[in-house]
Write a protein that binds this ligand. Structure first.
Ligand SMILES: [Zn+2]
Length: 171
C-alpha cells in the first residue's frame, strides 16, 4: 500500500508528523501542527515578539536542526521516498540552525553529516517511528493538533530514546 504514488495529503501528514514529533521529543515549544487537505502543512511555533530578540542557545540550534530534517526523514522512512522540491525551506532552516553551532563552513558541513546520521539513527528506533505513524494517522483525520494533544500521542519511550541519544554537535 505504501509503494507507488502517495497522495499529497498523506505525504503532508507524514512529513509534518516527523517535524511535530521532533518538537515534542526535543522539548521545543510550539502551538499546533496543521496539514491542509492538499497536503501543505506547517508547525506553528507561536513565538512571542520578545523571544525574537533573544539569541538562540546551542541547545535550541541543535533541536531546530534535528526538527528541520525530521520531515524529510519521515517521508524517507515511512513512504520510502521524499518530495525533493518540497524540502527547500527545511534545508534553509537546517542550514541556519547549523550555522549557529559551527565554527566555520567546514565545521558546518561536518555537523550536517552528523545531524543527518543522528536523525537516521533515531528513525531506526521503532519507538520513534510508531509515534510518527500515530501522529500522521491522527493528522489525516483531524488536520490540526494542538501541542497538548501532540504530547499525548508521543510515547514516553520515544522521548526516552531521544534523551538517551548523545548530542550530535559534541566533539
Ligand atoms: Zn518540512
Amino acid at each position: 500500500m505504501e509503494d507507488g504514488a502517495v497522495s499529497q495529503s498523506r505525504r503532508g501528514c507524514v512529513h509534518e508528523a516527523g517535524h511535530a514529533v521532533f518538537f515534542v521529543i526535543t522539548e521545543t515549544p510550539f502551538e499546533y501542527v496543521e496539514v491542509k487537505p492538499h497536503g501543505a502543512g506547517h508547525v506553528f511555533e507561536g513565538r512571542a515578539v520578545e523571544d525574537e530578540l533573544l539569541t538562540p542557545t546551542r541547545k535550541e540550534h541543535r533541536c531546530h536542526a534535528l526538527i528541520a530534517l525530521a520531515g524529510e526523514m519521515a517521508e524517507r522512512s515511512i513512504l520510502r521516498n521524499c518530495d525533493e522540491p518540497g524540502l527547500a525551506k527545511d534545508r534553509v532552516r537546517m542550514s541556519d540552525a547549523l550555522r549557529g553551532l559551527a565554527r566555520d563552513e567546514a565545521h558546518k558541513q561536518e555537523l550536517e553529516k552528523r545531524c543527518r546520521l543522528a536523525v537516521e539513527e533515531l528513525f531506526q528506533r521503532t519507538e520513534i517511528r510508531a509515534s510518527i505513524k500515530l501522529v500522521a494517522e491522527t493528522l489525516a483525520r483531524k488536520s490540526r493538533l494542538s501541542s497538548a494533544s501532540m504530547k499525548s500521542l508521543v510515547s514516553e519511550e520515544a522521548r526516552r530514546v531521544y534523551r538517551e541519544y548523545p548530542d550530535f554537535d559534541i566533539e
